[in-house]
Write a protein that binds this ligand. Structure first.
Ligand SMILES: [Zn+2]
Length: 200
């Protein structure tokens, strides 16, 4: 009898430790991801689940999602937040990061650096929607930059390398981006004011 009671206590303690507490954290993750906006405002966007795909001849694993879109397509903030980084590096090219103040950080990489007729001559003005600085507030859906292929993506088709980090670690969020894309597509194809246009 005493032995079985002991097992029940162990079972309950394990149940509490592994289900109740992590579920709360998990719910917070999901709330944010459920409401993210698709990061590119262009119906011609294309992507597939390329999380952890082998890149660089197999030397590294891809952490993020590549969204192919026409050069210059608008990149939008997936949620509100504050600018964490606006920078250029040889590998990432022009990139911008938004801190969503809840543990999540969104990262937008390989922004445009070209102008018509002159590859790479665009500079930061061709990459970002305005001269952002660290600490600037951005709204969900605000245009922050433009699709391109700067950095080590120079020889690839224009695409946005998009990443969502939770507490500094990149997460596999393909399902949520797919969901955001599905709702984006619907709103573009069937705008809310279609009916009023038909009545006139
Ligand atoms: Zn990528």
């Amino acid at each position: 009898m005493r032995k079985s009671k002991k097992y029940i206590i162990i079972f309950l303690a394990t149940f509490l430790a592994f289900s109740v507490i992590p579920e709360k954290v998990e719910a917070r993750h999901l709330d944010f991801l459920d409401e993210i906006k698709f990061p590119v405002d262009n119906i011609k966007s294309h992507f597939y689940d390329d999380w952890k795909e082998r890149r660089g001849g197999g030397s590294r694993l891809h952490e993020g999602l590549d969204v192919r879109a026409p050069k210059g397509a608008k990149i939008v903030a997936v949620a509100e937040g504050i600018i964490n980084t606006v920078a250029f590096s040889e590998s990432s090219g022009y990139y911008i990061a938004i801190d969503h103040m809840n543990g999540w950080l969104s990262l937008y990489v390989h922004l445009n650096d070209d102008v018509i007729g002159d590859d790479n001559a665009g500079g930061s003005a061709a990459a970002f929607a305005k001269e952002y600085k660290r600490g600037d507030r951005v709204q969900r859906g605000e245009v922050i930059g433009f699709v391109g292929n700067s950095g080590n993506a120079e020889r690839t088709v224009p695409h946005l390398h998009f990443e969502l980090k939770y507490l500094g670690n990149s997460q596999d969020v393909y399902e949520y981006i797919l969901k955001a894309w599905n709702s984006y597509e619907k709103s573009k194809l069937f705008p809310k004011n279609t009916m009023s246009l038909l009545i006139y």
